[in-house]
Design a binder for this molecule. Structure first.
Ligand code: C2E
Ligand code: CA
Ligand code: CA
Length: 554
């Protein structure tokens, strides 16, 4: 449940919508491609069917022609008894051939016929007689016999004399066959002819001679426009035949649907994969800490806490250091140690710091602005000192804030190396020009070396807790701290002791001349409301307000 709640943010819904849209593109492209492919397949298939019909007819007629050639070569030409039996054997051995006879120069059969077949095989009508240009001496006739069956008569001259030897082949054996594979069962049924309303809906095929004498046709010629039909043609040079086949394009739809389904399934698979990917990524998103910080920043989850800084000589409040806290939606607080390094390396630290500054200005600005003696200190990653835009940015944030520039302190830690010293130094003095003070944080722990850091011309040094802890126990540390304090005073810098946890430490610090301190002994980092109460309690009207009131009274 949590997974889905997390998965269906607005961003993810948009991502899913885009994903589905993108996944549909293949479907559209696929359908477009498919209609092209099916058209091509249909056209190729019908042409191939016509070609096949011609090849099959040529094959059968070649068998007949070969039989005639063999008989002619054997000297047959008079139809005597021996020749008749040779011709009968050849008829029997050559499947498409129904009868072989000898014709005289007038074209009449000179072979006596058995009484039982004479009637059936008698020539009724001759539709056409055409010489075959390619096959020497051959001619074909289209005719009908006594049974009404249409035949092709293939004939050639005999070896000696003017007679001809002829073979009868039923045209039925030469007609095209349809491709069952392409044009499915529905089409096969329709092949036989018209459907119930009498209109042809199937495949139509016919075969004719070069001069247009019809050998036969199958089905009914479709009434559709040529554009709605696949039409295939093929010719036999050898036997002067022409085959034509046509089929309505709609008959291919059955096939197309199978392929469309495939396309649909492929698209569905793509959509599911994209969907899973989106869900997976949105599920993973919280695992990406940088995105998480980015989101939290936008959601305003980074809030300021305030640790008071106290004057240990007078007990007065000097101000506070702002320490960021990540307030998660579940109410838990995350300490900066676990996200500041990432915010710095990802570059988010700039936005985070500026956001924090605005929040501080909104939250405690009025109270601080009334008390000019109080200072507010921000931790500034050394990175932020690398670009002089920071001067303008800080100015813009506080220009209209009740908090004055002179109340601002920016802390730069000694822990991080300074990348471009010259630029940083320039920026430091530009900020100081605005009245802002600069502090070196964590003094004593860094690698840069204090003398190097001091060349930046800073105003305050903050001595790290590590040294404060060892005062009173470790003589060397005490000496180092004393030296630091002397150095600071000589350079007219303020010193703040960090991480002060007990009153013994306070006494020691006082003895060596440190005036400002922060630590749990006074207060931990406080939320804004608590800090404001403390400000009220310790400085009811504020030094500035008191002065103003006195001035007004005078
Ligand atoms: P820091 O600037 O040295 O801040 C002082 C840290 O010491 C704070 O830790 C504070 O809560 C803790 N502290 C204060 N008094 C005592 C004490 O008496 N005893 C002990 N044991 N600790 C004490 P916190 O708040 O966890 O901050 C850790 C670090 O995170 C800070 O060290 C600072 O370097 C960084 N940080 C915090 N806020 C920001 C920010 O807004 N920007 C940047 N760039 N860094 C920040
Ligand atoms: Ca600090
Ligand atoms: Ca520090």
């Amino acid at each position: 449940m949590k997974f889905f709640a997390r998965g269906f943010t607005r961003q993810n819904i948009v991502a899913i919508a885009v994903g589905v849209f993108v996944a549909c593109v293949p479907l559209v492209v696929f359908n477009f491609w498919l209609s092209g492919v099916t058209n091509r397949i249909g056209q190729e298939e019908i042409e191939l069917s016509a070609r096949n019909a011609i090849v099959r007819a040529e094959y059968r007629l070649t068998l007949a022609a070969n039989a005639l050639n063999a008989l002619a070569a054997a000297g047959i030409g008079t139809c005597d008894a021996a020749e008749r039996s040779a011709m009968q054997r050849a008829t029997f051995e050559t499947p498409p051939v129904k009868e072989i006879t000898i014709l005289d120069s007038a074209g009449h059969s000179i072979c006596p016929q058995a009484a039982d077949v004479a009637e059936d095989m008698a020539i009724r009508r001759v539709y056409s007689s055409e010489p075959l240009s390619k096959s020497q001496g051959f001619a074909i006739d289209v005719l009908t016999v006594g049974t009404g069956q249409r035949m092709i008569r293939l004939r050639r001259p005999v070896a000696n004399g003017t007679n001809e030897i002829a073979a009868l082949v039923p045209t039925m054996l030469l007609l095209p066959q349809y491709s069952v594979e392409l044009f499915d069962a529905h089409a096969a049924g329709a092949f036989a002819g018209a459907n119930e309303d009498g209109r042809s809906s199937g495949i139509y095929a016919r075969m004719e001679t070069r001069n247009g004498a019809m050998l036969g046709e199958i089905g009914h010629r479709p009434e559709a426009d040529a554009g709605d039909l696949f039409i295939g043609n093929s010719n036999s040079q050898q036997f002067g035949l022409h085959a034509e086949m046509m089929v309505p394009r709609a008959l291919l739809v059955h096939r197309q649907w199978q392929i469309r389904w495939l396309g649909f399934l492929v698209t569905l698979a793509v959509v599911v994969i994209v969907g899973l990917l989106v869900a997976f990524l949105s599920h993973r998103e919280p695992d990406n800490p940088v995105t998480d910080i980015e989101r939290a920043l936008a959601a305003g989850e980074f809030v300021p806490y305030y640790q008071p800084i106290v004057d240990i000589a007078t007990g007065q409040l000097r101000g506070a250091e702002v320490l960021v806290r990540w307030k998660k939606p579940d109410g838990s607080l995350v300490l900066p140690g676990s996200f500041i390094p990432l915010a710095e390396s990802s570059g988010l630290i700039r936005a985070m710091t500026y956001d924090l500054m605005r929040r501080v200005s909104d939250e405690i600005g009025p109270a601080i602005g009334q008390r000019l003696g109080l200072k507010v200190s921000f931790n500034f990653a050394s990175k932020l000192f690398a670009d002089d835009a920071v001067v303008q940015d800080v100015y813009a944030i506080f220009a209209k804030s009740p908090i004055k520039m002179s109340q601002l302190v920016l802390e730069v830690t000694e822990r991080d190396p300074i990348e471009n010293f010259a630029v940083t130094r320039q920026i430091v003095s530009a900020l100081q020009g605005l009245g802002v003070r600069i502090a070196i944080d964590d003094v004593g722990t860094g690698h840069s070396g204090l003398s190097y850091m001091l060349k930046l011309g800073v105003d305050i040094i903050k001595i790290d807790k590590m040294f404060i802890d060892s005062i009173g126990t470790d003589r060397n540390s005490a000496t180092i701290v004393e030296t630091l304090v002397d150095l600071a005073h000589n350079m007219r810098m303020d010193v703040i002791a960090e991480g002060v946890e007990n009153f013994e430490q306070v006494m020691h610090l006082r003895e060596i001349g440190i005036r400002a301190a922060q630590g749990y002994v006074f207060a931990p980092p406080l939320p804004g409301s608590a800090f404001l109460k403390l400000v009220e309690a310790m400085d009811a009207l504020g030094e500035g307000a008191v002065q103003e009131r006195d001035a007004a009274a005078a």
